[in-house]
Design a protein around this ligand. Sequence first.
Ligand SMILES: *Cc1c(COP(=O)(O)O)cnc(C)c1O
Length: 339
Amino acid sequence: MAKKDIAWSELGFSYMRTNSIARIKFKDGKWGAIELLNDPIVPIHVAATCLHYGQAAFEGLKVFEMKNGDIAAFRPDENAIRMQNTADRLLMECVSTELFLETLNVIVKDNIDFVPPYGTGASLYVRPLLIGSGARIGVQPADEYDFYILVIPVGPYYKNGLSPIDAWIQTEYDRAAPNGLGHVKAGGNYAAALYSDKLGKKAGFPISLYVDSREHKYIEEFGTSNFIAITKDKKYVTSDSHSILPSITNKSLMTLAKDLGMQVERRKITIEELENFVEVGSVGTATVITPISSIAYGEKVYKFGETGKVGETLEKLYNQLQGIQYGDVEDKYGWMYKI
Ligand SMILES: *Cc1c(COP(=O)(O)O)cnc(C)c1O
């Protein structure tokens, strides 16, 4: 299939209709066959549990056209496992890793003309979605589920290199309860942060950093990405808490940091400790790393590195991970899953 005629490098991160959406229905105690739907408007029972009671789990990963022409997804088995953990926590039916990967293969092959060419900096964003579709009015888990995968080409996040942004911490609104849903990718977590994220944007902060909801003392993560920091003596530090989503990007960067000879610490981080960091990043699938230039907390503003510039350690880690994803750097851990 010839590539679509799209200005790949100009793409942002927004919905675009592609050839198809994959769907599998769980009914009568078993998963059915993979269907390819052309219409993005899908019928749903008005009493479905996802609509009323939040039985909704999602994932996010990327597929790349690599230097050698291969089309490959970055660590999709990790996303499959994380979605199983979310499903377990919300009493939803699990999608096995095997079925997850099979559906991924089917949907990417059917949309192969939407995979951005190597060298454009763009990629194919993959969004798996699992919802309770069975009707319930009393609060209880559904007996029917729909598993979807949609794919959307997305542009290079950084058109002019890694540009740092400003963050803030507010303690009026929490994102995730200490023993709640923060560690799983449940749809409702994101609705929970919309309001406080909007307050932040109004105050001039494109990204919000959340602290623990019990004491408002320890750094947790950004609304949709993990928190990492580099100390003066080049330690890689990231927060540890039950209410943080285990990011696959962070996990991979920790491996790469160790390869670079860095010490990696996953532990509780107090807000005051921000003083000691020379580089701070927000990490996740969408951007790999977004450097953070400052974090405002009340009257205090913590600044990291030179204004407007990414620090050398985060830049090195970013180049290493992107290099593996595009096939410019050896994939020694076998992270790229060939479609
Ligand atoms: C998805 C997500 C991340 C990033 O995870 P990746 O696997 O690296 O994409 C981090 N934090 C939250 C809250 C998320 O939803």
